[in-house]
Design a protein around this ligand. Sequence first.
Ligand SMILES: C[S@@+](CC[C@H](N)C(=O)[O-])C[C@H]1O[C@@H](n2cnc3c(N)ncnc32)[C@H](O)[C@@H]1O
Ligand code: SF4
Length: 373
Amino acid sequence: MSGGARHLYVHLPFCASRCGYCDFVTVVGRRGQHSAYVDGLLAELALQREALAPGLESVFLGGGTPTFTEPAQLERLLRALPVADEVTVEANPETVTPELARLLRDCGVTRVSLGAQSFGPRLLEVLDRGAGPDDVRRAVYALRDAKIDNISLDLIYGIPGQSTSDLETDLSEALALEPEHLSCYELEAKPGTRFTHAHGAELARQAERMETYFERVVARLTGAGYRWYETANFCRSAAHAGGRDLRSKHNLAYWRGRDYLGLGIGAVSTIEGRRWRTTPRLGLYLSALAAGGRPPREVEELPARVLRSERVLLGLRLDEPLALDGLEEAIDPAAVERLRRLGLVESGEAGAELALTEQGRFLGGGVTADLLA
Ligand SMILES: C[S@@+](CC[C@H](N)C(=O)[O-])C[C@H]1O[C@@H](n2cnc3c(N)ncnc32)[C@H](O)[C@@H]1O
Ligand code: SF4
């Protein structure tokens, strides 16, 4: 797409400590380097400015723990970033004080995504989380007091030791806070990590229950008036939100195959058929930018065939039909017909659109992969 990317991701990698299950690019502590890192981000933004459109739809500050960044540095960054219709910041509950909530609001943040994960103290301990259930509630109240009117809660299910009734309790506690948006992720345990080693047997037991957990999550949240708009994402439906569309504009852009620019260590960008990932090494990143150069990156040219397959795989995660114009070569018509007879996909008039049925959405990626030519 020409005219520049309309979506900007900014990676803030610092965290107070490392959670056992986490596989993101993170750096523990390093308060002394937060200022240099923000300098680096702003220098990288200046170098990449031409890749961005004049008006942005979304900015997303992800982590790491963006709200663990020194408040003065977080403020300096937020004030220097381009304005956008939606500005999201990821936050860990224990970092959200009334002052921080006001700082976010005053700096133009429109949406906060809070990593609750669970409301069970025992389960939070298994995850090595620093926050307890009361920290999550306090954080939501502080954000509400600061007039942040778009709050998302992240939950994880399939935690070692989590029973069906623990999951129901997590969903009830989350719903009681009346968030505008919820992301519910199945716990992914990377092979070979300390976490997987420590909880191997229980993780294997949980794997068998995941499908029923997923069904419970969907039934419970849709029953409470939330729209299941993407495989793992829910927002209050327009009818329950005064007509507001509360889907994440930023994440919708990924699922719709839009171009985006990523800044910071480990950040990924996809622009005009080219994808690159900036070095995950903090020292290399800072020294390259301090010397006036671009930080090292891995670049991948994406052939049209790969882009089309990605569009199908990502687009079918949504609850809206995928327009097939230009994607015909990516889809196997015989598979569409077979899956349609099984009640897993629906194709619109003259086959111009494709969507998964509810049953197909529960099976998810398996069905979508089958559709590819
Ligand atoms: C970039 S992460 C971190 C955000 C924030 N630092 C926190 O911990 O709350 C965003 C979300 O990804 C999810 N996540 C991280 N690791 C995961 C894993 N191994 N399996 C499933 N979800 C995960 C969590 O719900 C988390 O809130
Ligand atoms: S706080 Fe969030 S980003 Fe940091 S280690 Fe834990 S899960 Fe990962």
